[in-house]
Design a protein around this ligand. Sequence first.
Ligand SMILES: [Mg+2]
Length: 273
Amino acid sequence: MKKIVLTSMMTVLFTAGMTNCVKAEPAKNEPPAHFYEQNTMSTLWFQQAGEAKALYYQGYNIGKMRLDELLNNKQYNQALKPAIVLDLDETVIDNSPYQASLVLNGKGNPLDWSEWIERAEAKLLPGAIDFLRYADSRNVEIFYISNRNETHKAATIKNLQKLGIPQADKAHVLLKQEKEHGKEARRQAVAKAHDILLLFGDNLGDFHGFDGVDAAGRRTAVDKHRNEFGKKLIVFPNPMYGDWEEALYQFDRKKSWKEINKLRKQHLQSISK
Ligand SMILES: [Mg+2]
């Protein structure tokens, strides 16, 4: 999970726990309000743009088509159980109200990330529930692999169950263990007895082969896997935060907001003079 990077970076520093982050040291200096305001547009887009909604429907529609194709033609390892793997935050459920609170109020006000999770009030994203119920009706096992901390397991399952999400139980909701980095180990554990037909996520880290890669390397890796998108890997849009942003800062959570701001500007590709 998650955050915006100073909404992102600093926020992570403040809320430690949304993602696969290690506990960070306190920020050197508190970012000013205008720094958080940089996430006004991305959060507005996520909450208000019909285009954002359409992309979620698009992703889940493609998922259903692929699931039908693979199951109907038995295009999977028959010795294993068919399964799908989904991320939770900004894939199945919507934490943008938390992001909006950061933009409007600065860090964690009125709730920090942990308190927001414990409220178990995140809403569904478009298309998710219909797709998940369909997959469940086709006897596909559904695993929710999230980098929320294991300590939030009860609240996370409570939130999912309130929304009527199928297979939302201890065996299928796999959260980040202490000292764990990334999701690969959990995917491998699922793959021992299951053929993972499809993976869904808003972060490339929700798929194999992208952990810890810098921004340019991530783009190159996407080119390499180009044929997998819409086929096995379903990506959702998240302009608010993610590894895409942290990669710009070399995943260094100790950087000050001024350094982060500088790096943001440096990475903009403008018109040449
Ligand atoms: Mg996510």
